[in-house]
Design a binder for this molecule. Sequence first.
Ligand SMILES: O=C(O)CCC(=O)C(=O)O
Ligand SMILES: [Fe+3]
Length: 767
Amino acid sequence: MRGSKCLVTIISATSAGDYSPYDTHYAQGIHAYENENWTEAITEFERAIEERNRYLEAKVHCSIDSCGNITGDSLKSLSIGSGFSQYVIARGLCLYKCMSEAIGKKYVDWRILPSVDEEFQARLPYQYLNVAYFKSGNIRKALETAFTFFNADPSDPEMQDTLAFYQEMEEVDDSMFVDIENPEHLKHYEIAQSVYQLEDYPQAISEFEQSLHWYWDSMDECRALCDAPFDFGDDYPDELPNYHLFQTKMVAQLLECRLKCVKQMELPCGRYHRRSNSDLLPIHYHYLMFAYHEIGDDPKAASMAKTYLTFHPDNEPMQINIQFFDQEVYEAAQPEEKAVKFHKKLMREVKMLEYLEHHFGPTYGFKYDYALLTPFPDEMFFEAEDERLMNEDIGDIDENSQTPWDPENEVKDPPTFGPSYDTPFPTGAEIGYESVAEKIDDLLFDPLAEPDKVKQVDTVHGKLPYYSAGDEKFGYVVRDSPKYSVFDDGPAVNAEGPVADGAVLKQNSTHLAGPTRFVMDGLLSDEQCESLYKLASYGIVGDGYEGDKKPHSKGEEFAGISLLTAARLADIGAVETAAVQLYHDINSKLAKIVKEYFKLETDLYIDFIHLVCRDPKDEKTTDEDGNIILSHPVHPDNCLYLPDGTCPRRPPAYVWREYSAVLYLNEDIEGGEIFFADPSGKYALAGVKPKCGRLVGFCAGTDCLHGVKKLTGGKRCALPIWYTTRKEKEDFTLEDARAILKRLNSSSASNTDSDSSEKMPSEKTEL
Ligand SMILES: O=C(O)CCC(=O)C(=O)O
Ligand SMILES: [Fe+3]
């Protein structure tokens, strides 16, 4: 069998005829299910899935193996000539015969209800199976099918509850969360990334190569399945197009579908909101280049570098990398032939699609009449040239007019050989994940465009958006990477950008093993830390977390005080106004620092700020499996981190948060360092010890997965702040706090009017 079962196609047929076996089994499965005949339901649904896979495999096999090789020569033997129409006839006949043989009846008599196919694509049979297996007491299969269904749409709250329900069961362990439909290449890719992180390069090479092997198979499948029935969409012309126009539109549809396969391969199938493995194909070669270099095989490494450059010829970091190769070795190296051919083929398809769009407008929108006025140039659609296209044989294309491989998808900033070679590679955004993931999210679901949903979140202000706090397993299963180090203190880093008065940049993204993060010291004096620490002792247990005393882990208690509460306490004289003023004023300074450090053009607004302390409740630092127990599980700050590692940007996550900053107030603690994790969230890469006046700033998204190591002693107090560039998201309670502070300050000013040397409290606060 080829590739994975992750096959995506649009199959529809309107002609009367026999239902496909999978249609029939599916209907029988539903019937048995409704009668609560679980054993029969299981048999029928399993058969339906099997039959559908068999059917899709047959399509792939016929398209690629049996009918993929119709050339001018093979046409000659048919004695019908060798033009494009003859090619179409020959291939059509071949597919018809092949498919009829595969399904054991005439292909035209085959009937598949489009609605059934949609249900398969939504993985609905797995949901039926989940219930049926559960009812028959097979928990392992029940969970597997539930998890597989869940992955079709991880946002489904009902399925989240179902999984949580299974998780509570004694007999359930992590290994039972299996996605039956996960594509093979991604399985290897995920393993490859993990072993790479552990610096097991021979194993990483083997896994990346296997991932590539499956990738090519899956790509062939995906492309083959684009040979699907024509979809007129909503753009149904008054009159059906004639033969040539029909062909034209069909080719456009085919090309578009094939090009989409590149994205398709990056996504675990069915996961609508899944972060994609952006730039998946080229990045394999990037990893492989490093891995081969590490095992001393520079000729191979050079070949991988050249392959990577096929996709991104101007990629600067790679241009730097290749200078480290011995010139002779580099010149002798050849890029991988398969990748080069594939790239050419794709670029050719892009050009054709562009041509179509140029003349007809957006592919699916071009109009019949207009099309009539603009005939295609002969060489593009007829005779030999077209034969080559349909046959997927690729000719040479004009390199100079080559459209670049999706430039938005390109790795922006991978590390280089030489000076930064020690940087763990690639971590998070170095692979360029976020932009494409966001693009996909935006296409499919833009939470920001749904104000109603977003509004709900305001009512639980402060409850942090990671999946299932209190679930001791997810996000807590972390090991230190071999290069893990904890920053305590060290010399200043030569800062390129502006650094605020008194602040010293101590760590940047190079030290912290990933992009968009820094450590700065000197933001507060000892007195200021003391004053805020004292204010924090008025914290209310569970504040900001809907009263949850232990929102992040069982091993610590959490108490916080919001600025508004602090201002109200000052109002009744319970705490010093100056401390609350400091709490308020420090914010604008921190916002400025974060904005300037990350070179942002827009201002940052505070979405939420909270003075918080953590108190350890036990001293356990590892669980029975040797995993590190954390105070705060690995998480991003602006999306919903799900147990399968996906992170949909949707409520209840605070999707508008863009940057996070934590200002620490004390260092007399044991453990409790903040750390950044690798993209899988399973390895701690770099930690930072809290200390008075230390600011750690980082991005709020998945490029900056972070957590807090177990706090085993002392009370750890900090001021975390989450920023957004969206003014309308600014925390409205700050305004109320400001009003109270203003009133308090003006009354204290009028009380001391006579003393002109006395400053306003806000001025007193030297920041
Ligand atoms: O306290 C820290 O160091 C980090 C806290 C954090 O990541 C969060 O609250 O989201
Ligand atoms: Fe966080």
